[in-house]
Design a protein around this ligand. Sequence first.
Ligand SMILES: [Cu+2]
Length: 471
Amino acid sequence: MVLTRRQMLQAAVAAGMPFAMGASSVKRRPPTSSTPFQVPMPIPAVLRPSHRSATTDYYDLDIQTARAEILRGRPVPVITFNGKFPGPTIHAHAGRRTIVRQHNKLSEEANVHLHGGVVSQDNDGLPMDVIAPGTSRTYVYPNSQVAASLWYHDHAHHLESEHVYRGLAGFYLLSDAHEQRLSLPEGPYDVPIMIRDAELAPDGSLVYDEDDFFGRTTILVNGKPQPYFRVAARKYRFRLLNGANLRPFELNLSTGDEFVQIGSDRGLLETPWRTTMIPLSPAERADVIVDFSRYPLGTQVVLRNSLFATDTTTDVMRFDVVRPAPDRSRIPERLATLPLLQAPSVTRKFTLLMDPAQMMGTINGKPFDMNRIDTVVKYGASEVWEITNINTDGAPHNFHVHLVDFRVLDINGRPPDPGQTGLKDTVRVMPGETVRILTTFDFQYTGTYVYHCHMMDHSSMGLMAQLRIDK
Ligand SMILES: [Cu+2]
């Protein structure tokens, strides 16, 4: 009998092997896995507005198939915004509106969700609110929130997972006057880095095999496998985004040196957090400063992953320190003032489960149903949500709520690391963990939104539910 990878994993789990052990028992090196650090890391191009008014920047994006060289010299089909893999970066500024007209040139539905955006229900790109093939849709983003590293991606239900996997994702970097006054590294020294995994066929094309965590053994950074990036011996700000469908990362530097984390999902931390390890589950962001002035020219510093890491998923990318450069940027000891936590009036409990035998994900025992509202919240209410990963096979989850940001109170009763104490919209929930978050539902809008696991294979298989905020 030939076992599928899934059956092998289930056998490993039944034998009491933890998830990570399961990984090593079934891992295989795909024929295309290449030597790391052979290609430069591209920086996604910044999208230019189609036009500007006194209050608004207008953009046009085509959702279209295209070809990309994931492996050098082998163009393969991908699904893109404007033909770019990953999509172009949108720059936005608080107080100025962004309006994006999306043209769906695919032969199937798609839509666009601004992850982390405080936007009305009609502009949120909810799973059932899709752009029919051959039509256009305009999304309005008011940008009335603090500076943050956001991103946009497809969210059409049952399609989002494969669409994002094949390339429908890009950065949306929102700045504001406060952030600009801080003298953080900027311009060419402020670099978005989207990290994900993929399974590549021998011809270099993307293989999408639903929920196949262990098959995705190639790490891509801004669309290229384990690239290198030439840096000056000075401070850089990196906007780290986990753009993977399933894979959580724990990132470190090969020198053992610290990152200075200055921000998380929804903006700056109150104070910089010096740490040697950055955890990043799918859709989470971490803004970090790395100071390369501490290294002699010629130094190579590898960004590494230590979570569920195998021989091909340990090295993420390499920074090569190649030139001196002046540096007037600084890292203030006070970055932001976060809103005070409000006393909660409601506590709710949520269990997250992915049942691989049924290929079904559930929250509180129920798979997603567009005709069911699972949670009704009063506008302005402060609530604690207690989220438990009840998978017993070692599968990690995470938890994302649209519209709002939240604060992580504790993880299994222990306070989170300082890097997790800022404004969050996605939080990792490892097997057996219970994470308590607190939010006040006063984000300008009422209406229906969703909350879900952001391991997109899981959400597309039902690990999602609906929230209605009532006046
Ligand atoms: Cu999940």
